[in-house]
Each structure stands twice: as C-alpha cells, then as structure tokens.
Design a protein. Structure first.
Lengths: 477, 517
C-alpha cells in the first residue's frame, strides 16, 4: 500500500515538473462523470421488464474536492506548496512585484498557502429512449437515444492563509499591506487570489448519445456501441480569479463509446454482473480568456510588473496585460467505467471503478498578443533612478543583490507568451464507488431508489480529487 | 475662484476699453506712447490704462510701485529671459518688511495673483498675469566673522554676495553668475563650484525670515517650523511664503585654485576628454568640485571645457596626470582668493532670449549619451544662426547631508546636465527651442526623469512635481496644506494643495533602496 502510494506521489511530482504551474484548471464536467450517469442506472436500463420505451433518471449529488495541497502545487510557481514571499529576493516570489514593500530598514517576509476546494451540488439528469422508432432503426438492432445534463451549483474557495515571518513587517502601500491583500489587489482585473467563497449556478454540458446494443445469453448480457456528443454550456472562463467556479466546459465534443454487460453468476435469486463502459471523445476549440506567463521569465511572470516605453517609472500590473482571449483546443478525453453489480430480490449492490483521463490542452491560439512597447518594470533601474526595462526578470527577484532583477533596455517581444502556462494540465483520476438501490419491477413503472458514495484520487496535479455522495432515482415507462 | 476673478476682469476691461477711451481716465497719466527701450519695439503695446484700472486703489500711488503708466515699469517688467513678454499689473519694490506686508496684505485681500522676484532669473514666465513683488531693495549683507554667519536680504544678487564676503575671505556655496538672485537659487537648492565641500546653497541656511500666508513674519529654522524649514530648502519657490532674509553659515576661504582647460572641436577628443573627466571626478576629494561644458559660441566655434575649483592652498596637481596627456588647447590655472576665481568663472551672456533644460543622472553617462552631446554640437555647427548654447555637466556627491533633510530631491545623483541656449531675435524662438529639445531628448535615455527645480522648464508639463521633487512630493503637499491652505502662494509649477499619487511603489523603492546598492 505504502509502495503504491509512493509511486502515485512520484508520478504526480514528475507530472508537475514536466508541466510547470498553470493559471487555469477546468474541473471534470458532471456530464463527463461516468458513474453519475451509469451507476445503478446501467443495470436498471437493461434488466427491468420494459425493454423498450422511455427512461428517466436523476442523480442528486454533493461533491467536495480534497486535494487542496496538490492543487496549490498546480497553481504555485515551480510546483511549490506555498508562496514564500520575500522582499529581499530569497523566496520564490519577490514581494516588490506584488506592490508589497516594508518600511525602510525592514523586509517583507511571509508564507502564503492555499488549499483550493471546490464543492458542487445539483442533479444529473438522464433521459433516454430505447426502441425501434428511433432514427435508422432499420439498420440497428436495439437502438437508443439518450440525453443527459446536470443542474448544479459550484462553490470554490482557495482557503488562502498567510503567516508573516522574519521581521513581521507589513507593506507600506495603502491597501497592499499583506500578501493576501496583494494577491487579491482590486487593481488586478484578472488572476486575483480571492479569500472569499465564489459561487456559480448553471447547466452543465449536455451529452447526447445514440447507440445500438446486441443482446446475448437470453438478454442477460449485451454489448453496444454508441456515438457521443457534447453540447457546450456555461460562460467562457474569464480568468478574473484563480480557480474561479466553472460550470460547463464551453467546448463541444464528439466521440465514440462501448458499453457491455457480462453476466458472471446467475442463479435465482442471485445475479452478479460485470458492467463496463469505455468512451473516447474529442473536445473541439472554444474561446476563453486565460492568463499566461512569459516564455523567458518563468512561472508566475504574469504577475510581474510591466512598464510602457514612454513611462518606465510607472509600473503596471502585468496580470492585466497578460490575460488575453485565446482559442483553446482541449483535445482528447477517455473515460472507462467498470462495475460489479449484484442483485437479489430487488435489492442491488454495486461497486465500481471509473478512470478519467484528459490530455493537456492540445492547442492554444492567442487572439491578442503581448502589448507593444511594453517591458518589465526595472526594479534595479528604479533604485538607480533610471528605470528602463528588465526583460530577463523573474518573479523571485528583487531590487537589490544578490537576487536582483537585471536591468536592460530590451522590451519583451510580442511572441513572449508561454502557452503552457495557461493550459489545463493533464488530468487523470481514479474513482472507486459503492452504491445500493432498490429496484421495483412489480408496478406499471419500474423504478429504483438508491444511494451511493465515491472517492476520487487525482493522479495528476491538474485534476480534482475528492468524495461525493449521491442519490439515485429513476423509472422506465 | 482666481480664474473667475480674471474672467470678470477681462470682461470688465473689454467693456471699459470700448466705452472709455484712455483719455477719459483723468486721474491717471495715460500719455504713454512708446518706450525708448529697444525691447519694446519687439512686442505690441498693451492698453496700459486698462491695466491701471485693475489695480486696487490701495495699491496705487505707492512710492515703491512701478505702474504701467511709468517708463520704469517697462524696463522692469522683463526678467532676465526676455522671451517672457509679461505685462504685470504693477511692480512693487518694497524696502522694508512693513512695506512687503502691506503689499502682500492688499494682494491677498483683493485676491490678486502675484509673484515674488528676487533676481528675476527664472527661465519661464512664473504666472501669466498679475503683480510682481520685487525684493531687490531688501539687499542687505551683514556678515559676522565671529560666528561665521551672514545675514543676507532676499534681494541680494550673487555678484554682490560673493564680492562682499570675498572681501573678507569668506564665501557661501552658490553659483557664480553675478546677476542671479540669491533667494531663488537657495530656495531651489543651489549648485555651484563649492558644492562638494559645502553642499548646496540651501544646505548652509541656518534660518529664514518668512512672511507666511497669514502675512505674519516668522523665523524659520531647524528648531522653529522645522517642516517649513525642510520644504523651503529645495522647494521654496513661491509656494509656502515670502522669504525676506536668510542667515547663512559662511566659510572661511582665503585661497582656492581654479582650473580651466579647453579643447577645440574634435569629436574624438571631446569623447576622450569627457570620459576621462567622468572617471576623474569619482576619484576627487571633496575639496575639488568640477564640471565640463560642451559649448557652442556665437561665432560658430565649439569647445569643450573642464573647470575645477580646489579649496585650500595646496597645489592643484590632481588634474595633470589625467588631462595633460590629452593636450588641452588652453590651460588656465588661477591661484588666489575665491572672489577672483568667481570673477574668472562668472558667465555673462548678452543674448536676450533663452531656454534651459536639465537632467539628473544617477550613474555615469554611457558612451551613447556622450555621443548624443557631441552630435548635438555637430548639429549646431550646421545651423546658420548665431546661438550660444551649452550643456554643463557637473558630478559628485552633494555633501554629507542626508537626502531627507531638505526638500531637494536628487541629492544622490551622480551628476547633472544643464542645457542652455541663448538667441538674439525672437523669430528664432522655434528653432532654438527645437534645438535644445533635440539635445534633451537625445540625452533622455541615459539620464533619470529628474530635473533641477532652479532651471524651471514648463515643457515638463504635469510631471514637473515628480521631476523636481521626486518622492518628496507627498510631504511637500502635506506641508503646503499646513502653511498655505488657501493657496495664497501659487504659480504654474508651485506645490499644489492636492496631487494624485502616482507610482507609489517607485517612490517607496527609491526612498528605501537608493544608495544601498
């Protein structure tokens, strides 16, 4: 167990080192969460007495992420768990870039930590029609059409904390006296790290499936193929906040899937089946607004201060200039779901596993370039009273040696954005769940009620892990 | 409020000018036709009777008043720079504190704009309209060798001060242009050839007699009104009160050596000499102050000078190893009293129109900056006009006084570049201004955003506060609100009652780290 955990941690470290920090995280869509769609229902669909007709399922749920410290490493520079803000340049963030400067004779010093947490609650709805009336039924054996979507409320909170260290000095610029204030500076139009809980309501992506099944072993087992499409919903990410609440991916998707049911044991009154569903989808391009670092200046260079060529002593917040509209192609996503389902006299138990994998954003096209005649604020030059620019500066540097941001007269070229810094990183999670239900087959409307719970492990930094509880209710007619 | 007043005055004067021709003002002598002053030929005349009508009765007929109906007004309405064609309402030259108080009181109660003139060497028109209080008659010089102090009236000119103190083998650190007023120089800092040993002119002020915004005479010193004392030394031009007299610390200075080296035009030599000088000044003891001057003369010749003054009787030999191998065209080494040295160094420009600009720099000029100056000299030689123009560059640490002890901001500057251009005819204004701006812009990339408050430059626009006073602006505004909340003392580049803070980070970094590297 310990060895597996170690390997998992190692994998996460390697992944984070390969990908660097990112300003953006797109959580897994509820509609793309296979166990909400399939757990208990997949059995009910194929083993209730109604073979054809309509089905309606609802999964009210509550989910909460738990991998806050790993998410901190996803967002913070160089995979750090904390921001070590030091005015003297000895930390991973130089405080001067954040407008934080202590009184003469003192040096600002603090450690900022975050534990991002996302709560989602709502209901996933699946509507389905099985039958020969669907389109192309002449060519299909047991065609079906399904539509699923989720109504949900999302709440995010960074749980940002700061501990003043060293001389316990506060910043001297009004309104920017601590790291928390500096990172939530109201003059930043984008990329703020808010200490407040953010909330958003909405309809998650709408998933449409058209498929066909082939039954065997007297209808006890089946295999099927389907086409799956996603109609995007939700507002485009605007990057006003780091880890802003998002509902819907805003990306259309198209894919193919395989669904199967293999009876393992069948002896009245017991039944035990292995259920499986694997699907691949490709997420197409969509417009968003994201924050980007500069290629040459490392992680978090989006928070460097900038200057215009004609006013090199007037610093501008880089995040406002380096948050730009882009066209993003997220790329591929794979979901695999397997479950063992047992049934006895209407009582059902199911344990399952759900793998979710999404590639790192495949392509980011900038719709706006780095502004011309703009350079990085020249901290060393300011000290010398002749600031020009500091094109090689990075976020850890400061105005004095030894970690001084080197002055030069070079203004950053327009090709300076580093696309990977605003990319959604590779996401990979493993979910285990267990659920119980009661299925009634006696009445006019076969129905079910159930309860379930799951735990999701995030195997990469760019994914949310956490637990969820859900209920299941549905009927066929 | 003031704008409303002048708007109504303008309307009133238009109406009266139409309704009442000058002859109808029986009580005034309105028979002025044309001055014999040749400068008057340049500018169109004003309706002087209209100006007279705007002067409140309480300020008319004063024995120390010069009114638009008097010839003497016309020779005194101009300041040093004749480019500024200003018709003040009247010029008052009070001789006593009581007279100054009377005039100031009337100006305040009548809400009339005014400007205080000491030497008249401002290079810009201080206010576009209003009254001058000229302190030229407050020119007493009272040295006290027992305490090494001297009382100087605010109307003293440098020539008089240097002569009077030089006769006693004493001096205070000032410039050497004889017609410059002491008060204007001291209130904006005061850079001269004694700067490295004794600091700026303002650094030697011990106390000041000041008429404040309540028209009360107060003594301002380190112990009395210390914040006002701080502000007046470096940012004191017509913003906080009228300084009527100063007590200065003076320095016994029996012997000095003045070095004057010159090279004729040769771009390569200029470059070599300048770079050698720039290195040399960093090695000098505080007793030696030095400057270089890139100068274009009226006759079209160009020369580069290195001037240096050494305090004391020790032989001045420090320059020889550096500059003798560079074969100066002329070499002059004066050894004697400071008065003689100041006479030798005194500048005397005859052209009436002028413009000046300044730049402070915090590290040596790089070669591109030097080339910019040399290129400008080359450009001037291709301009077929008889200008006089020069950039004087001084360098060195400004004494031991702390940067925050006075309102003079660029105390830690490595050097300063002062550009001047003089021209004989007003039709040359545009070309001359373009020329000096060209040099200024060429130097800009290699210098700081800061300028010298004594070289008033309206082209700085809204950035003048930062340019002159850097991170001292906020404190100056605070002091302004304390001592002159009604903005009695104001002018185009005065200290305002309110300023929108800009780039506080830059200010804080400079306050904190400048000089720590």
């Amino acid at each position: 167990m310990g060895r597996k955990r170690g390997l998992l941690v190692l994998w996460m470290v390697v992944a984070s080192l390969l990908e660097g920090s990112s300003s953006f995280l797109m959580p897994r869509s509820v509609t793309h969460t296979a166990f909400y769609e399939l757990a208990l229902f997949d059995w009910h669909l194929y083993h209730s007495k109604a073979c054809e007709g309509y089905s309606c399922y609802a999964t009210p749920f509550y989910a909460k992420s738990t991998n806050g410290s790993n998410l901190a490493r996803y967002f913070f520079p160089d995979g750090s768990r904390t921001l070590n803000i030091q005015e003297n340049g000895s930390g991973n963030v130089g405080s001067l870039w954040l407008d934080l400067i202590a009184a003469p004779g003192l040096s600002y010093s603090s450690t900022v930590s975050i534990a991002p947490e996302r709560e989602a609650s709502g209901a996933n709805i699946v509507l389905r029609f099985d039958g020969s009336d669907v389109l192309l039924s002449r060519f299909l054996s047991n065609p079906y059409l399904s539509l699923s979507f989720a109504l949900l409320k999302v709440r995010t909170n960074l749980h940002i904390k700061e501990e003043l260290t060293g001389e316990m000095a506060y910043g001297q610029i009004p309104g920017v006296t601590t790291g928390i204030e500096a990172l939530n500076n109201p003059k930043w139009r984008y990329g703020r790290l808010s200490s407040a809980t953010q909330e958003k309501w909405g309809v998650d992506d709408i998933q449409v499936k058209v498929g066909d099944n082939w039954f065997f072993w007297g209808g006890e087992g089946h295999a099927g193929l389907y086409l799956v499409g996603t109609i995007p919903t939700g507002a485009r990410p605007q990057a006003h906040l780091l880890f802003e609440p998002l509902v819907g991916t805003t990306h259309a998707a198209l894919g193919i899937g395989l669904n199967a049911d293999l009876p393992l044991y069948c002896s009245t009154p017991w039944r035990l089946h292995l259920l499986g569903d694997v699907k691949y989808r490709y997420l197409f391009s969509g417009r968003e607004r994201r924050s980007f670092d500069l290629r040459l200046n490392g992680d978090w260079s989006r928070y460097l201060l900038l200057v215009k060529r004609e006013a090199t002593s007037v610093p501008l917040f880089g995040i406002n200039q380096m948050t730009v509209p882009v066209k993003v192609v997220p790329g591929s996503q794979v979901e695999a779901w397997f479950a063992l389902h047992g049934e006895r006299c209407g009582w059902n138990a199911e344990v399952g596993y759900n793998l979710w994998y999404r590639t790192k954003d495949q392509q980011i096209s900038f719709l706006q370039e780095f502004p011309s005649n703009t350079g990085i604020y020249d901290l060393a030059g300011v000290v010398n009273h002749d600031p020009v620019s500091a094109s090689q500066a990075n976020i850890s540097e400061t105005a004095i040696p030894p970690n001084i941001a080197p002055s030069d007269a070079s203004f950053t070229p327009s090709s300076g954005f580093d696309p990977s810094s605003g990319s959604q990183g590779t996401a990979w999670t493993h979910t285990l769940y267990g659920a119980l239900s009661y299925n009634d087959e006696e009445g006019e409307l076969p129905y079910l009620f159930g309860l379930g719970g799951s735990y999701e492990w995030a195997a990469t930094l760019g994914a949310l892990g956490g637990w969820s509880l859900w209920g299941s209710a549905g009927f066929r007619f | 409020m003031r704008r409303a007043f002048w708007t109504s005055c303008w309307i009133y004067s238009c109406i009266t000018a139409l309704l009442f021709p000058p002859s109808t003002f029986a009580s005034y002598t309105c028979d002025y036709s044309c001055s014999s002053d040749p400068l008057e030929q340049i500018y169109p005349s004003q309706n002087m009777c209209v100006l007279m009508a705007l002067i409140p009765p309480s300020l008319q007929g004063l024995s120390y008043g010069m009114y638009p109906t008097c010839d003497i007004y016309y020779t005194n309405r101009f300041s040093y720079n004749k480019r500024l064609n200003w018709f003040p309402l009247a010029i008052f030259t009070p001789s006593t504190v009581t007279e100054v108080q009377y005039v100031l009181g009337q100006l305040i109660s009548n809400k009339l704009p005014f400007y205080v003139r000491s030497g008249g060497h401002s290079y810009e028109q201080v206010i576009p309209f209003g009254t001058i209080i000229d302190l030229c008659n407050l020119n007493s010089i009272v040295p006290d060798t027992s305490t090494n102090t001297v009382y100087l009236g605010a109307g003293c000119r440098l020539g008089d001060v240097i002569s009077a103190l030089g006769a006693l083998d004493y001096a205070i650190p000032t410039g050497t242009c004889p017609s410059v007023g002491l008060s204007g120089l001291a209130l904006g800092g005061g850079i001269g050839l004694l700067v490295r040993q004794f600091g700026l002119t303002c650094d030697s002020i011990l106390s000041m007699e000041v008429l404040n915004a309540d028209n009360q005479l107060i003594t301002v010193s380190a112990d009395s009104y210390p914040d006002l004392f701080w502000a007046l030394r470096g940012a004191g031009h017509n913003s906080f009160g009228i300084v009527l007299g100063y007590t200065f610390k003076m320095y016994y200075l029996p012997t000095v050596s003045l070095l004057q080296l010159r090279w004729n035009w040769n771009p390569e030599v200029f470059s070599t000499v300048y770079n050698a000088w720039q290195q040399w000044v960093t090695t000098l003891p505080a007793t030696i102050s030095s400057e270089t001057v890139f100068k274009y003369n009226q006759d079209g010749t160009v020369r580069l000078s290195v001037n240096a003054l050494k305090i004391g009787a020790e032989p001045f030999t420090e320059w020889e190893a550096v500059f003798q191998p560079l074969n100066p065209t002329t070499t002059g080494l004066y050894i004697g009293d400071y008065l003689g040295a100041a006479d030798l160094f005194a500048s005397n420009y005859t052209y009436p129109f002028s413009k000046t600009k300044s730049k402070m720099f915090f590290k040596p000029l790089p070669q591109d900056g030097v080339n910019a100056l040399i290129n400008w000299m080359a450009i001037l030689q291709n301009v077929n006009c008889s200008y006089e123009a020069f950039w004087g560059i001084g360098a060195g640490n400004l004494g031991a006084i702390a940067a925050t002890d006075t309102a003079y901001f660029p105390r830690k500057a490595f050097g300063w570049a002062f550009g001047f251009i003089y021209w004989p005819f007003s039709f040359q204004d545009t070309q001359a201004l373009n020329l000096i701006n060209e040099a200024y812009n060429a130097l800009a990339p290699y210098t700081s955003p800061y300028s010298y408050a004594n070289l008033t430059d309206y082209a700085l626009g809204a950035s003048y506060l930062k340019a002159y006073y850097g991170s001292n602006v906020a404190r100056l505004v605070q002091i302004k609100n304390t001592y002159d909340p009604q903005n009695v003392f104001s002018w185009h580049q005065g200290i305002p009652l309110y300023v929108t803070p800009t780039a506080p980070l830059t200010e804080q970094i400079q306050d904190k780290y400048c000089g720590r590297r």
